[in-house]
Design a protein around this ligand. Structure first.
Ligand SMILES: Cc1ncc(COP(=O)(O)O)c(C=O)c1O
Length: 392
């Protein structure tokens, strides 16, 4: 006799995976043999630099790595990320106390809510924003208050406009620049204002720097940790997924405030026993070795951005050029919702884009395109959209 197996209440609080339906639709279309151009996802299309792959091959022979790794990871990897932050951002980090190794940035973004939030607490979350923040807050049984990211504010939150009651109950806030999905970047003065806001209200800042390496027009994105006082109020999440095309390797870091890093390490002591040692060694090679592949990658994305925008301009689709990340955030034509427009592009042009409302209420009216296909495919996608004659 089978027993009744019921999920715990916790699982029922998880937000719906909005993009799963989109992926299913795109796959169904491709299964018909259609030449679908998928610009809806955020998976880097280029391979990991060869020197990093070679290091993993070599390291996989090391019997030391066939055993359990040390609980909180190998010191050499923490040292390598600390050195990279020093070199790239001038930020000093103590590898022993201010660095936690994560199974990808995503894991840390979920864990920090569990570390800091109790039921009844509020977390300030950007809208539109990366949906994993919502999942972590839901698992912690806490509540979200959204910070609208509006085009007229450069897609930065306006702290003055937030609800005072929500601010009073807030314990944690997420920021993400270069931003997914809006492709906006933040400057030093915004982070200085953020540190003042966090101090005044006792709110921990979680800066998601997943696209930290990808800034265009010669501008390197600013790290939150460069701001005086940042380490006293928060942590930054960094990942190798985008910088080195290592999304499948699952290597990320929480960096900064030692108390928070210790909490993340503590929760991870219970969940995991760190990453495979060979991956840690290859990750250290990524961070410590020559960084020319990173600047080359940024050049590739920038060329793709420019090719895409030239094509958009030619069909009359007016939009703001991305300053960073590998996304483009484009307004939908009048008379369409984000969803209706994304559906139309799939059905009539075989082009997949992500409808903006999947990232939150303030994403309505936009679609997100990833620069994750070669230039000719991006041009072809826009050409097909142009044939629908929607922009003139
Ligand atoms: C804004 C943002 N943060 C974090 C991540 C997570 O990256 P990973 O878990 O691969 O480190 C992503 C991945 O797409 C992202 O877009």
């Amino acid at each position: 006799m089978s027993i009744s197996i019921q999920p715990a209440e916790r699982l029922k609080t998880l937000p719906e995976q909005f993009f799963a339906a989109l992926v299913a639709k795109a796959n169904a279309r491709a299964a018909t043999g259609a030449d679908v151009i998928n610009l809806g996802q955020g998976n880097p299309d280029l391979p990991t630099p060869q020197r990093i792959v070679e290091k993993l091959k070599e390291a996989s022979d090391n019997p030391l790595y066939h055993k359990y790794p040390p609980f909180r990871g190998f010191p050499f990897l923490k040292e390598a990320v600390a050195r990279r932050y020093k070199e790239d951002y001038g930020v000093e980090l103590d590898p022993a106390t201010e660095v936690a190794i994560l199974f990808g940035g995503k894991t840390g973004l979920i864990e920090i809510s569990q570390c800091l939030l109790n039921p009844g607490d509020v977390c300030l979350v950007p809208d539109p924003g990366y949906p994993d923040y919502w999942s972590g807050v839901a698992l912690a049984g806490a509540e979200m208050a959204f910070m609208p990211l509006l085009e007229q504010n450069g897609f930065l939150p306006d702290y003055e406009a937030l609800d005072a009651g929500a601010i009073a109950r807030a314990k944690l806030m997420f920021l993400n620049y270069p931003n997914n999905p809006t492709a906006a970047t933040a400057d030093r003065s915004f982070y200085e204002e953020t540190v003042r806001f966090a101090r005044r209200h006792g709110i921990v800042v979680a800066s998601d720097f997943a696209y930290g390496a990808i800034g265009f027009d010669g501008k390197r994105p600013v790290s939150f940790l460069e701001t005086p006082g940042a380490k006293e109020v928060g942590v930054e999440f960094y990942t190798l997924s985008k910088t080195y095309n290592m999304a499948g390797w699952r290597v990320g870091f929480a960096l900064g405030n030692a108390r928070i890093v210790e909490m993340i390490n503590l929760i991870q002591d219970h969940y995991y026993c760190s990453l495979f040692g060979g991956i840690q060694e290859a990750a250290a090679e990524a961070l410590a070795g020559p960084q020319d592949t990173v600047s080359e990658l940024v050049r590739i994305y920038e060329r793709r951005r420019d090719a895409l925008f030239e094509a958009l301009d030619a069909i009359g689709w007016k939009a703001r050029k991305p300053a960073g990340s590998f996304f483009c955030w484009l307004p939908v034509p009048e008379g369409y919702s984000s969803m209706a427009f994304a559906d139309l592009l799939l059905e009539k042009a075989d082009v997949v884009v992500a409808p903006g409302n999947g990232f939150g209420e303030h994403g309505e009216g936009y679609v997100r395109l990833g620069l994750l296909a070669p230039e000719d495919r991006l041009r072809e996608a826009v050409r097909r959209v142009g044939e629908l004659q929607l922009f003139r």
